[in-house]
Design a protein around this ligand. Structure first.
Ligand code: F0G
Length: 447
C-alpha cells in the first residue's frame, strides 16, 4: 500500500531515440556525462535523490541559521537520541565528511579496519589515514545463487583468522555496513551485529556501524529474523544500533534528505576528539557543513524513516521492481536488496568478455532503449577485481511511481529480447587514478 499523494511534481522528458543515441555518443558512452534533464527515470543512486515530505519542507522553512547554538541542531540531537539512541552528535556535510572525521580520530598509519565490505568512500578514507581496509564478507555475499536471508553479514570467522595471523594490535576498528551496499544491498542480522560487537570487544577495537540504511536494514530484520518477527522497525533499529560504540551516517539515505550526515556516539572521549576534527574539516559543531534548514529537515527525516509503514512501502517498491524483472526471465541478484536491484551483466550478456565491459554496455543499452540511467559496478568501476559484474538500479526514496517502475521493467526486458545483438565497449580515454576512472572515462563501441 502506497502511503503518499503528490503535492508538488517535476516534469520529466524522454528524448527521442535518435537524441538518446546522440547523447550517449556525446557522453562517451559514460552515463555520468549525461545531462540529468535527458534522463527519463534516474536510478544512478538512491543518495540525496529522494523526495521530502510536507513536514520536512515545513521544518526547512523554520531552519535556524545561527552559526552557534542553532535550534535546528537541538532538533537533530533529539531525533538522533530518540531514533538511534546516541547522546552525542557531530554533524558533517555528508557521509564521507563524517567518515573523514571519525576515521581521522580512530585510525593511524599502518592500522587495519575490518568491515563486512567497505563502501568505496569508506575504503578511501581508511586509505587516506595510511591504514588498510580488509573485507570480511560471509561466503554467500557475492554468490547470486545462494539462498540466504542475511548475505550482508560480517564473517567473524574470517576476521578472527585475520587477527590470529596478524595480531589484534593493528586492528583498532571493526565496521559493519548496514545494509551492505557493496554486496548487492544485502541486510545484516541483529544476531550477526551482536557477534561482531563481541568480537570487536574481545580484540579491544572500536565497533562502528555505517548506518546509512539503518531503517531499511531493520525492516529486513523484522521480516526475516525470527526473534524480531513481532518487533517494530523502530525497536529493531534502536537495538541494532545500541551495539555500536559509534555510528557514521549519510543523511542522504535513511536521513531522507538531499544532503547531510553525522557521527554519533555515547563515548565522551571519542565525542570530544571528533568534535574538534569536525570543527577543523566541517564547521562549528552545531551545523557541521550543513545549512541550518538542512539540519532541521534531517531531524524530521530520521523520525519518518522508522515510522510504521515507511520502510514497508520503500523496500516494497524495490522488491516489486526486482520481482517483476525476475518474472520476465532477467538475471537479477537474489534475494533483492533494500535500496537497489542489481542485474547480473555476465548472465545477461554472456557473449561479452569482461574486458569488453558487459556491465557498462548494459548500462548504455538501458539508456538507449528507455532513457533509464543505472550504474556499472564491474570491470569499469573495479578494474581486475574479484567481484561479479553487476549493474545497479538504485531507487530514490518516495520519488517514482508504479508507472516508472513498469517503464523500467519494459526497458530492461526490451534490451533482454535483443541481447544477442549488444556489442561490447572499449576505453578511449581514462584518467590516471584507476579507482575513480568510471566517473570520467570515455568509451566507444567495439566494431
Ligand atoms: N557509506 C555507504 C554504505 C554509502 O552507500 C555511502 C554513499 C557513503 C558511506 C558515503 O555517503 O555519499 O553521503 O558521502 N553511497 C552513495 C551510493 C554515493 O550511490 O551508494 P555520502
Amino acid at each position: 500500500m502506497v502511503r503518499y499523494k503528490s503535492k508538488m511534481v517535476e516534469r520529466i522528458h524522454l528524448p527521442a531515440r535518435e537524441e538518446r543515441e546522440r547523447n550517449l555518443a556525446d557522453a562517451g558512452y559514460n552515463v555520468f556525462n549525461l545531462d540529468a534533464r535527458d534522463v527519463f527515470v534516474d536510478l544512478l543512486t538512491d543518495s540525496g535523490t529522494g523526495t521530502m515530505t510536507d513536514s520536512q519542507w515545513a521544518a526547512l522553512m523554520r531552519g535556524d541559521e545561527a552559526y552557534a547554538g542553532s535550534r535546528s541542531f537541538e532538533e537533530l540531537e533529539s531525533a538522533v537520541a530518540d531514533v538511534m539512541g546516541f547522546e552525542h552528535v557531530v554533524p558533517a556535510h555528508q557521509g564521507r565528511g563524517a567518515e573523514n572525521v571519525l576515521y581521522s580520530a580512530l585510525l593511524d598509519s599502518g592500522d587495519v579496519a575490518l568491515n563486512n565490505t567497505h563502501f568505496d568512500t569508506t575504503r578511501a578514507h581508511v586509505a587516506n589515514q595510511g591504514a588498510d581496509a580488509v573485507d570480511c564478507p560471509v561466503d554467500e555475499a557475492h554468490d547470486p545463487d545462494a539462498d540466504a536471508d542475511f548475505k550482508g553479514n560480517f564473517s567473524v570467522e574470517k576476521a578472527r583468522e585475520y587477527v590470529d595471523e596478524h595480531g589484534a594490535d593493528s586492528v583498532p576498528v571493526v565496521i559493519l555496513t548496514i545494509t551492505n551496499n557493496s554486496a548487492a544491498g544485502q541486510p545484516v542480522s541483529v544476531e550477526n551485529t551482536r557477534r561482531a560487537a563481541n568480537f570487536a570487544d574481545e580484540i579491544d577495537a572500536t565497533f562502528v556501524l555505517d548506518a546509512c540504511r539503518f531503517a531499511e536494514n531493520a525492516y529486513f530484520v523484522t521480516e526475516r529474523e525470527d526473534e524480531y518477527a513481532d518487533a517494530t522497525v523502530a525497536a529493531v533499529a534502536r537495538e541494532q544500533l545500541s551495539y555500536a560504540d559509534a555510528i557514521v551516517m549519510s543523511g542522504k539515505k535513511d536521513g531522507l534528505v538531499n544532503i547531510g550526515g553525522f557521527v554519533a556516539t555515547d563515548d565522551d572521549a571519542l565525542y570530544e576528539q571528533t568534535k574538534q576534527l569536525g570543527i577543523l574539516y566541517e564547521g562549528f559543531p552545531t551545523y557541521g557543513g550543513m545549512a541550518g534548514r538542512d539540519v532541521a529537515a534531517m531531524a524530521v527525516g530520521l523520525r519518518e524513516a522508522v515510522e510504521p509503514g515507511y520502510t514497508e512501502d520503500r523496500v516494497g517498491q524495490v522488491q516489486a521492481l526486482g520481482e517483476a524483472l525476475a518474472a520476465r526471465g532477467i538475471p537479477v541478484f537474489e534475494p533483492i536488496g533494500g535500496h537497489a536491484v542489481y542485474l547480473e551483466a555476465n548472465a545477461f550478456l554472456p557473449h561479452l568478455d569482461r574486458e569488453e565491459f558487459p556491465g557498462q554496455s548494459l548500462v548504455c543499452e538501458l539508456y538507449r532503449e528507455g532513457g533509464v540511467r543505472a550504474v556499472e559496478l564491474g570491470e569499469l568501476a573495479f578494474p581486475a577485481a574479484d567481484r561479479p559484474e553487476l549493474v545497479r538500479m538504485a531507487v530514490p526514496r518516495r520519488t517514482y511511481h508504479r508507472e516508472h517502475v513498469e517503464h523500467v521493467v519494459d526497458t530492461v526486458a526490451a534490451v533482454h529480447d535483443r541481447r544477442d545483438d549488444v556489442t561490447g565497449l572499449e576505453i578511449v580515454d581514462e584518467p590516471e587514478m584507476a579507482e575513480i576512472r568510471h566517473f570520467t572515462a570515455e568509451l566507444q563501441p567495439v566494431e
